[in-house]
Design a protein around this ligand. Structure first.
Ligand code: 8DG
Length: 138
């Protein structure tokens, strides 16, 4: 079985000297509601991953993005998720405009490096959050 791809963005204030990360609180499904994640979603069949990322962020947050580098995960650059068959590709990005929780989220928070553990992230996100922490400036 080919792993289905989830694309997501570590949205920050600046690609060169990032100091804050945008965390988004899921509103659904019930098993995931209340937990925090990087905004994004599943790539649709035949869709290019970057196109999917831009589409998801437009739908969920109402913003376009300045796209940065990928944040490489441990499995051929991807991040394993707890759901079997799903892997995630994560990019740095800066939102063009102020993100709003339009769809799939009921809260957004900009977190400084020292605040990254202040929200309950989805369990699979711990290593991704650590990778972001290593690059955020104090
Ligand atoms: N977007 C996102 N999904 C994550 C993260 N961490 C994590 O485990 N996931 C999981 C949660 C879901 O099982 C899956 C993403 O599915 P989704 O429900 O966001 O996808 P979608 O918006 O395209 O919605 P759908 O097609 O399933 O209705 O990946 C993360 O940081 N961001």
């Amino acid at each position: 079985m080919t792993a289905q791809l989830v694309v997501a963005a570590a949205l920050v204030d600046d690609l060169t000297r990032p100091t804050r990360l945008l965390a988004a609180r899921r509103s659904a499904p019930p098993a995931l509601a209340g937990q925090w994640e990087f905004p994004g979603g599943k790539v649709e069949p035949e869709e290019d991953p970057v196109t999917a990322l831009r589409r998801e962020l437009r739908e969920e947050l109402g913003v376009g993005i300045q796209l940065g580098q990928q944040i490489a995960g441990p499995r051929e650059g991807r991040w394993p998720l707890s759901v079997p068959g799903l892997t995630l590709v994560l990019w740095w990005a800066v939102p063009l405009g102020e993100p709003r929780p339009l769809e799939d989220h009921d809260a957004l928070r900009w977190l400084a490096r020292g605040q990254l553990s202040a929200v309950p992230w989805l369990a699979s996100n711990a290593p991704m959050v650590e990778a972001v922490r290593a690059s955020l400036e104090p």
